[in-house]
Design a protein around this ligand. Structure first.
Ligand code: ADP
Length: 648
């Protein structure tokens, strides 16, 4: 076993690797950027080396700098985590040339699977079913359109260098092909510096089922499947293992295909073979096709660990340090069921935009595994993936594991920024999902219901008012009585766009009457805590003037000084603003142009994705306030429409 390793990554995966290394008595070296000086992974590691600026290109993608750090600290091996340099064959060569061990596959194995087109060709040769399609070199748009017609619509355009659903477009009919091709190529160029695409038959009602494999460079075993069908825009949201409805026969056939794929490229370490599965009715042993192989540890690996009892990072370190595969296929078994949800800083009502800000208050649930790279007080910055944590539960049955997940989500407390917690909670309560009816279209089909925010009730307002007035804590019995009369307090609260002035009449230390508009709420303190009418008060936190109530949805109220009210200006609806910090990729409008609500006005590139900004109403463009290529802050005014009066 190694005595010291360097982890060329950040966030939850860096922390995850450090934890296993520690259990094996292996010392760890973290690397960090300017933005991560105080990050959790830096604090956890035995040593840490600063490697550059906040942008990944200036730090976590600087292979040479990372190798230097390993040599300088005496680390013998480098664990790449996932993302960043984990699937970069040049980096592997650089590590090996420096006399260090790369904890992962060989450069040649990564190259063979690196591009989706070459990988598919190779797998076809190895006798593994692949999705019908065109995966050749020719990239002429007319030729590609012909291929699409030959395959038969609907088709999927995929960036050959793709990952994370980027550079991928579903095309339903020939007329939409050329626009989709252009936009896929544009996104592929931005994200991967490679515009090449392949065309695939689009499998209807598809399920995404992947097999965890582990090789020693010659032989491989599989650790069963994960179902990652719960996706939004081709990005995984909830994963589970095993796959609902999987039969022993299909599991064996898929497992063998995955092992064959790994052995065909002399795979060493942890890898994942992704299959697309026809989910139309029940799973069939001839209804799955190879999509791609990820030559690294996968984000969702914990569900496999939960059902097999294997620590995959431990296996990675053992095999990389020269030990044999820790288990044979016969030794591996499945126990129970496991789920993972990806908790993100995201503004769900605004279309799942990545959110940034400070985690003012962060309490993770008990009774679940939580893999996280952040702590209370940390910032979610625009430089990296806005993941806050992965929550993983395990139970004897699928139903139990899902029930535990619902509890874990309900017990999670986050204040300070927007998260997708309520959305994850809604998904876990989705009836079809609970029955195991998963396919990659589930979220899109039921999106409206899933993003429905639970109503903010008078009881919520009442609780926030009491909290804001400091009336919920321990109070002396006589507080609130003035000349034997009940005392009335008043407070101004804001929740999103809504302002209210709320009156609280203190009847006794344990009983207040709260007037929320027309509604009178009775607040009572019982032995078990506060009750607002019949409802038990959810957990709450107050930070500065912000009061957050937790529960199925975190609701935040702001306490206002009454004199300060009215000074905030509401949006005028005349200006298209940048919804997040980013780069203005394109502006399609010009001054004087007449636009209709929903017209495409500009593209903002942020977090490596393109976001199209649309006209919010019919009107005439009065001004373009930004140039293509400009870097803008969140809220920056980009395009102005003439005001309604101007146009009349
Ligand atoms: P990426 O590498 O960008 O994540 P993948 O090739 O892994 O792209 O595909 C991501 C997701 O897109 C899959 O999980 C699946 O939901 C969907 N998908 C991919 N290929 C097909 C296909 N041929 N038909 C239907 N859906 C597909």
């Amino acid at each position: 076993m190694f005595t010291k390793i360097l982890i060329a990554n950040r966030g939850e995966i860096a922390c995850r690797v450090i934890e296993t290394a520690r259990q094996l008595g292996v010392a760890t070296v973290a690397v960090y950027s300017d933005a991560d000086r105080d990050a959790k992974h830096v604090a956890l590691a035995d040593e840490a080396v600063h490697i550059g600026g906040a942008a990944p290109a200036e730090s976590y993608l600087r292979g040479e700098r990372i190798v230097e750090a390993a040599l300088a600290t005496g680390a013998q091996a480098i664990h790449p985590g996932y993302g960043f340099l984990s699937e970069n064959p040049e980096f592997v060569e650089m590590v090996e040339t420096a006399g260090l061990v790369f904890i992962g596959p060989s450069a040649s194995a990564i190259r063979k699977m690196g591009l989706k087109d070459a990988a598919k060709a190779l797998m076809q040769e190895a006798g593994i079913p692949v999705v019908p399609g065109y995966h050749g070199d020719a990239q002429d748009p007319v030729f590609l359109a012909q291929q699409a017609a030959k395959i038969g619509y609907p088709v999927l355009i995929k960036a050959v260098a793709g990952g994370g659903g980027k550079g991928m477009r579903l095309v339903e009919e020939p007329a939409a092909f050329s626009a989709a091709l252009e936009s896929a190529q544009g996104e592929a160029t931005t994200a991967f510096g490679n515009a090449d695409v392949l065309i695939e038959k689009y499998i209807q009602h598809p399920r995404h089922i992947e097999v965890q494999v582990f090789g020693d460079g010659e032989r491989a075993v599989h650790l069963f499947e994960r179902d990652c069908s719960l996706q939004r825009r081709h990005q995984k949201v909830i994963e589970e293992a095993p796959a609902p409805g999987m039969t022993e026969k299909m599991r064996a056939v898929m497992g063998q295909a995955a092992v064959r794929a790994a052995e065909a490229i002399g795979y060493r370490g942890a890898g994942t073979v992704e299959f697309i599965v026809d989910g139309n009715d029940s799973l069939r042993a001839d209804g799955f096709w190879f999509m791609e192989m990820n030559t690294r540890l996968q984000v969702e690996h914990p569900v496999t660990e939960a059902i097999t009892g294997v620590d995959l990072v431990e296996w990675q370190l053992r095999v990389a340090s020269g030990e044999a595969l820790p288990a044979t296929q016969e030794w591996l078994t499945i126990t129970g069921h496991s789920f993972e949800v990806r908790l993100y800083a995201e503004d769900v009502p605004k279309g799942f935009l990545p959110a940034t800000g400070t985690l003012e208050h962060l309490v993770f649930p008990q009774g679940a595994r939580v893999d996280s790279g952040v702590q209370s007080g940390d910032a979610i910055s625009p430089f990296y993936d806005p993941m806050i944590a992965k929550i993983i539960t395990h139970g004897a049955s699928r139903e139990i594991a899902l029930g535990k997940m619902q509890q874990a989500i309900g017990a999670c407390q986050i204040a300070g920024l927007q998260t997708n917690l309520a959305f994850l909670g809604a998904l876990c309560r989705h009836e079809g999902f609970a029955r195991g009816e998963v396919d990659t279209g589930l979220i899109a089909r039921d999106l409206e219901a899933l993003v429905q925010e639970p109503e903010v009730t008078p009881q919520h307002w009442a609780q926030a008012a009491l909290a804001g007035l400091g009336l919920m804590g321990e109070v002396a019995p006589e507080t609130g009585f003035a000349l034997w009369q009940p005392l009335t307090w008043s407070i101004n609260l804001q929740q999103e766009e809504e302002h209210r002035e709320i009156a609280v009449t203190v009847q006794s230390a344990v009983h207040h009457e709260v007037d929320v508009g027309e509604t009178r709420v009775r607040a009572q303190r019982l032995a078990a805590g506060w009750r607002f009418d019949e409802a038990h008060a959810p957990a709450q936190v107050m930070i500065g003037d912000e009061i957050t109530l937790f529960g199925p949805r975190a609701v935040t109220f702001t306490r206002h000084d009454p004199l300060a009210r009215g000074t905030e200006e509401a949006g005028t609806g005349n200006v298209v603003e940048a919804p997040m910090p980013g780069l203005v990729k394109a502006v399609f409008a010009s001054a004087g142009q007449v636009v209709t609500k929903g017209d495409r006005l500009a593209i903002l590139e942020a977090m490596k994705m393109e976001h199209t900004l649309l006209a919010m109403r019919d009107g005439v463009i009065s001004d373009i306030l930004v140039n293509e290529g400009a870097q803008v802050e969140a809220g920056a005014a980009l395009i102005a429409l003439e005001t309604e009066e101007d146009t009349q």
